[in-house]
Write a protein that binds this ligand. Structure first.
Ligand SMILES: NC(=O)c1ccc[n+]([C@@H]2O[C@H](COP(=O)([O-])OP(=O)(O)OC[C@H]3O[C@@H](n4cnc5c(N)ncnc54)[C@H](OP(=O)(O)O)[C@@H]3O)[C@@H](O)[C@H]2O)c1
Length: 292
C-alpha cells in the first residue's frame, strides 16, 4: 500500500484531494499550522519521519493582492518550501506533485500558452510561484508541476461562490471582460491528480521520473470573467433567489487592485493530454458538475 503525504487539506484543491486520494493508500493529510511551508527544517523533519511514497503539495500563499505587501512570506511558502519538499522527496525516492499557476505568464502572447513559453510574471504571487517551479526543477527527481488557472470550488470563497453571493445581493453586477483564462474545477483537478497516481505502474518513482516536468492542466476552452459570470448565473440551480437583473461588462482598469494580473493567460494542455491520455472537460461542463 502506498503512503501519501498531502500538505494542504483545507484549501480548494486540498479538500478535494482528500476525497480523491484517500482510496489510493495510507493518506496523511496536514494543513497549517500542523505543517508550515515557511519552516524548512520542519518540512525536512516531516518528510524524514513519515517516509511517504508520494508527496502532494496543495498548499500555497494564494492571496494575490496581499502578496504584494508580504513578498518574503509569499516567497518562503511558494518558492523555498516547495523546493525543500522536492529535495526531500528525491532523497527518499518519493514522487512529488505540486501545483503552479498561469500567473507565471504576462498574458501578452495573444494565444494559449504552452509549457516552454517564456515566463514573465507581473506580480509577487506569480514571481514566487515561478521561483517555486525553478526550485523544484533544480532539485530534480520524479516531480510533476501542474500549472492550472482560475481554480474554483463550491466550498469556500472563490469566484463562483462570490458571483452566486453577489447575485443574491445586488441588482446590477459588473464583471471584467478583459481578463481571459480557463476556469478549472478544484474537484476535477483533484480527480485528475488521483487518476494519474493510480495509473502509474508499481514503480511509481521510475514512472513519474520518466515523465517529470511541467504540465498545463486546466479547464478546456477559455472565457472572460464576464462570460464566466454569465454562465454561472445561467447554470445556478436556485435562480429564483436572484436579485440580480443585469450583468454588465467592465474593464480591469475600473477595478484597480494592488497586484497587476495577466489579461489573457489561457493554458494549452496538449502536452498533458498526450503524455497521460487524460483530457480536461470543457470548463462549462466542469462548472455544471460543480453547481448541481
Ligand atoms: N486559486 C486559483 O485560482 C489558482 C490558480 C492557479 C493555480 N493555483 C494553485 O493551485 C494550488 C491550490 O490552490 P487553492 O486555490 O486550492 O488554494 P487555497 O484554497 O488558497 O488553499 C491554500 C492552502 O494553503 C494553506 N497555507 C497557507 N499558508 C500556509 C503555510 N505557511 N503552510 C502550510 N499551508 C499553508 C492554506 O491554509 P489556510 O487556509 O490556513 O490559510 C490553504 O489550506 C496552489 O498551488 C495555487 O497556487 C490556484
Amino acid at each position: 500500500m502506498k503512503k501519501i503525504l498531502q500538505i494542504g487539506t483545507n484549501g480548494q484543491v486540498g479538500w478535494e484531494l482528500l476525497r480523491t486520494c484517500s482510496p489510493l493508500g495510507e493518506l496523511i493529510g496536514l494543513d497549517y499550522p500542523a505543517v508550515d511551508l515557511s519552516d524548512s527544517a520542519g518540512l525536512r523533519e516531516l518528510v524524514r519521519n513519515t517516509k511517504p511514497d508520494i508527496i502532494i503539495n496543495a498548499s500555497a500563499y494564494t492571496n494575490v493582492d496581499k502578496a504584494e505587501i508580504e513578498p518574503e512570506l509569499a516567497r518562503a511558502i511558494n518558492a523555498i518550501g516547495p523546493g525543500v519538499l522536492a529535495e526531500e522527496a528525491k532523497k527518499i525516492n518519493a514522487v512529488f506533485v505540486h501545483y503552479s499557476t498561469d500567473y507565471v505568464f504576462d498574458g501578452t502572447k495573444g494565444s494559449p500558452y504552452i509549457e516552454t513559453d517564456v515566463t514573465n510574471p507581473l506580480n509577487v504571487y506569480g514571481k514566487t510561484k515561478l521561483e517555486g517551479e525553478q526550485a523544484i526543477q533544480a532539485a530534480g527527481g520524479a516531480y510533476l508541476i501542474l500549472r492550472t488557472s482560475w481554480v474554483y470550488s463550491m466550498r469556500q470563497g472563490g469566484f463562483v461562490s462570490k458571483v452566486l453571493q453577489w447575485s443574491r445581493q445586488q441588482e446590477v453586477l459588473r464583471v471584467v471582460d478583459d481578463q481571459i483564462s480557463g476556469p478549472t474545477s478544484a474537484r476535477l483537478l483533484a480527480e485528475v491528480t488521483a487518476l494519474l497516481l493510480a495509473r502509474a505502474d508499481e514503480d511509481l518513482y521510475r514512472w513519474f521520473g520518466e515523465r517529470a516536468g511541467i504540465y498545463h492542466c486546466a479547464g478546456d476552452g477559455a472565457c472572460s470573467r464576464y462570460e464566466w459570470a454569465k454562465v454561472i448565473l445561467e447554470l445556478d440551480p436556485n435562480k429564483s433567489e436572484h436579485k440580480v437583473r443585469q450583468l454588465l461588462p467592465a474593464k480591469s482598469s475600473q477595478f484597480p487592485t494592488p497586484a497587476e494580473r495577466p489579461l489573457v493567460s489561457v493554458l494549452e494542455c496538449v502536452k498533458f493530454e498526450r503524455t497521460f491520455y487524460y483530457n480536461f472537460p470543457p470548463w462549462e461542463y466542469g462548472l455544471q458538475l460543480a453547481l448541481h
